[in-house]
Design a binder for this molecule. Structure first.
Ligand SMILES: *[C@@H]1O[C@H](CO)[C@@H](O)[C@H](O)[C@H]1NC(C)=O
Ligand SMILES: *[C@@H]1O[C@H](CO)[C@@H](O)[C@H](O)[C@H]1NC(C)=O
Length: 508
């Protein structure tokens, strides 16, 4: 057995045994939650976490000139910053929100502030790093192992100094100014949920709520910047647009990551949902209507909102992966990395016409023949909406026929990874579109949906429906199909058992 194998095996044994010991013990924490409007809650929380992970307790509070205002107490998931600390002590120099975590039953009952002024600042970080670079590049493999051990120790030490609640190694987020909204609220990254073209999306915990954190590498600053600017436009809060919570730069100058923090939706994207589920007619209508409503709002130019003039915005990457589903199956539109805003009197600025996801590109985009007017961009979004509506129809149980496995639009025609040429051939030259099944033509609602789909993906951009019009159509088709027909009574019943539905909202 080589030294490395032995070492790895040893580490494995140690981690297994410590996991097993910790797994058996139950952790309980003092729970408290301050609510400005309702009454405060307090009690004891039994912590639940993954097997083989440690559990901790935490507390956050303010200290206004000696007057302690408790904010929250509760369970905290596995975090190296809390290991083996029996007392809950905030050691950083902070001025606003204090945070501490500890290990042991009810250890957060008492909490203290004790800034440790003896700790070194971050200045020694850079020289240390370059020493490690030399070690890494010049020494023989045996020394390499020693380097790894030293390096992990460095990470461990470094981590202890870092902004406590963040679980991203090899970073020093303490150096970055936090965004005003998040302040110093502790954020814990939990697991990767999706990987996109530029970024990956994490599920994270911000105090007791889940949030999504989209992390961009520094090379994709442009995409982060653009999305951040779009979210910050006036009027971007809408129930069918993903809720933005903050943006941050994290890490030291050597290793910066760009973060966008948004609401988290457990059901994930429409693509994932359709892979695993079929839709009743009413579910389809609800998703289609809320998606169209979100896009109509995004497209609209709305002066005189409470926070200013919302300009018209083209999304430019509409696809089922960028439509998220809330718990009640309402859609919300996400990912504004490629979006363009249109402000009166201002030019659109530098833009490249041929962007987006090839599979969802309108014929004029595939041909590189778009004019750079606002309406041209909005119509490109509507073409993609047609394809998403087709994806919904293909997974709907309303028609009198079998429902196929989930497929991406054009997957039958061009497969999983089409080239630009493949898409041009199919969409522009052959003018093909995904197949509308014959059995869909027998359901009164699906007939209307098929017409709507065809009017969205029309080859002539000027002939396409607007998002507001699609929303109206969906309202109508749901009304028509629900008024009669024995089929629909069945689908209504399935719907009630499947989903906790909100009362139907009136159309805009
Ligand atoms: C909740 O607790 C705060 C102090 O943390 C207190 O000022 C406030 O009155 C409490 N609210 C209620 C409704 O009990
Ligand atoms: C609050 O502040 C006072 C002095 O400003 C300090 O003595 C005390 O330890 C602080 N307590 C907590 C829990 O932060």
């Amino acid at each position: 057995m080589g030294a490395a194998t032995k070492l790895a095996f040893g580490v494995f044994l140690i981690s297994c045994s410590s996991g097993a010991i910790l797994g058996r013990s139950q952790t309980q924490c003092v729970q408290y939650s301050y609510h400005p409007a309702r009454s405060n809650t307090s009690g004891v929380e039994a912590c639940v976490g993954e097997k083989d992970k440690r559990l901790h307790c935490y507390a956050t509070w303010r200290n206004v000139s000696g007057n302690v205002e408790l904010f929250k107490q509760g369970c905290w998931l596995d975090d190296v910053n809390c290991y083996d600390s029996a007392e809950c002590v905030e050691r950083r120099e902070v001025s606003d929100i204090f945070f501490c975590c500890c290990e042991g039953n009810m250890c957060n009952e008492k909490f203290f502030y004790n800034p440790d002024r003896m700790q070194p600042t971050s200045s020694p970080v850079t020289p240390k790093l370059s020493v490690f670079m030399i070690l890494l590049y010049s020494l023989v493999p045996i020394m390499g192992i020693a380097t790894i051990v030293l390096f992990s120790f460095w990470i461990y030490r470094h981590h202890k100094l870092a902004y406590p609640p963040v679980l991203v190694p090899t970073q020093d987020p303490g150096l970055m100014p936090p965004s005003p909204l998040l302040g110093q609220k502790p954020l814990q990254l939990l697991e990767i949920k999706a990987r996109g073209r530029f970024s990956c999306v994490w599920k994270a915990r911000l105090l007791s709520d889940y949030v999504a954190v989209k992390i961009f590498p520094i090379q994709d600053k442009q995409s982060w910047q653009n999305e951040f600017e779009i979210y910050n436009l006036p009027g971007m809060k809408h129930e069918n647009l993903l809720l933005f919570m903050g943006a941050e730069k994290r890490g030291s100058s050597l290793d910066i990551e760009l973060w966008l923090i948004t609401a988290y939706h457990e059901k994930g994207s429409l693509t994932e949902y359709l892979k695993a589920n079929v839709l009743s007619w009413n579910e389809l209508c609800h998703i289609a209507q809320t998606m169209a409503r979100g896009l109509a709002y995004l497209h609209a130019d709305a002066p005189g909102l409470r926070d200013g003039h919302k300009p018209s915005v083209a999304h430019r990457d509409i696809k089922s992966k960028n439509v998220l589903l809330k718990a009640d199956l309402s859609a919300c539109i996400a990912d504004f990395g490629l979006s363009l805003k249109f402000e009166a009197g201002k030019s659109v600025g530098d833009t490249h016409g041929q962007v987006g996801t090839r599979r969802y590109m309108a014929p004029e985009v595939l041909e590189g023949a778009i004019n750079f007017q606002r309406d041209a961009f909005l119509r490109i979004d509507m073409y993609a909406v047609g394809l998403v509506l087709w994806e919904l129809a293909a997974r709907c149980t309303a028609a009198d026929g079998p429902v196929d496995e989930y497929m991406l639009p054009f997957e039958e025609e061009v497969g999983q990874h089409p080239s630009l040429e493949d898409m041009q051939e199919v969409v522009v030259h052959k003018k093909l579109r995904p197949k509308l099944r014959e059995c869909w033509q027998k359901h009164p609602g699906l007939i209307m949906l098929c017409e709507t789909i065809e009017e969205c993906w029309d080859h002539e951009a000027e002939a396409r429906l607007s998002a507001g019009c699609v929303e109206e159509r969906v309202v109508q088709m749901q009304r028509n199909s629900n008024s009669t027909g024995p089929n629909d009574i069945v689908t209504v019943v399935t719907m009630v058992t499947n989903v906790d539905y909100p009362p139907k909202e009136s159309s805009l």
